[in-house]
Design a binder for this molecule. Structure first.
Ligand code: 3PG
Length: 209
């Protein structure tokens, strides 16, 4: 199941990182992402609206909904109970990965150093989030890490946007690129879902070019 999920994330090439201040935004946001051609979302546990939003978005059945900013095993449970199919963390915590495995969802923890990558490999992972990407050496660092860790794939996130997206997608070890640029928090809060659709469609056309 996690292999199929990774394939779907790789096919989408992009993971929109969402911060929802109000769970009532979840339904129109999901609609906007689908309309923009990107049925994927990482809903961060940075707001209390996360659980309800994951429920709403995953109930559609046509969206790849994950939880982001997951720091504890308890949050893994809350995310999975709400319907999340993958769990993203900013860093690597064996307890979080273990709970993901117990619950049968894909863990996607952050790793930006060789030591962190080895910890992730030892935990059986094939894909890590590379976070925060731009300040951790960017695409160059991913290329350098992929020399000793052949086969490992990365989802760089943090500081990426339309201007530097191509640097990352050019690296073969990059499975997909994460970011919040297509789902601006202020646009969502203002109810401007047309803007979200537009930015999403623009991002999709950049990765398919
Ligand atoms: C994340 O949690 O992945 C980041 O907040 C997203 O980074 P960005 O806002 O720089 O795209």
């Amino acid at each position: 199941p996690s292999g199929e999920l990774l394939e779907r994330i790789g096919a989408a090439r992009l993971v929109p990182v969402v911060v929802l201040d109000d769970a009532t935004s979840a339904a129109p946001l999901a609609e906007a992402l689908v309309a923009g051609g990107l049925p994927v979302a990482e809903v961060t546990f940075r707001t209390t609206a996360a659980v309800e939003s994951i429920k709403t978005m995953s109930a559609r059945g046509d969206l790849l909904v994950g939880a982001g900013t997951v720091l504890t095993a308890e949050q893994v449970d809350a995310a999975v109970d709400a319907g999340a199919s993958y769990v993203v963390s900013p860093g690597f915590d064996p307890a979080v990965v273990r709970r993901c495995n117990e619950r049968g969802v894909l863990p996607l923890p952050g790793a930006v150093t060789a030591t962190e990558v080895q910890a992730a490999l030892a935990a059986g992972l094939q894909v890590v989030k590379f976070f925060p990407a731009e300040t951790s050496g960017g695409a160059k660092a991913i290329k350098a890490l992929s020399a000793p860790f052949a086969g490992l794939r990365f989802v760089p996130t943090g500081g990426i946007g339309p201007a530097n997206l191509a640097e990352y997608t050019a690296v073969s070890a990059v499975l997909a690129v994460g970011g919040s640029w297509m789902v601006p928090r202020d646009a969502i809060a203002a109810g401007d879902f047309d803007k979200v659709s537009r930015l999403t469609a623009d991002a999709v056309s950049l990765v398919s070019a």
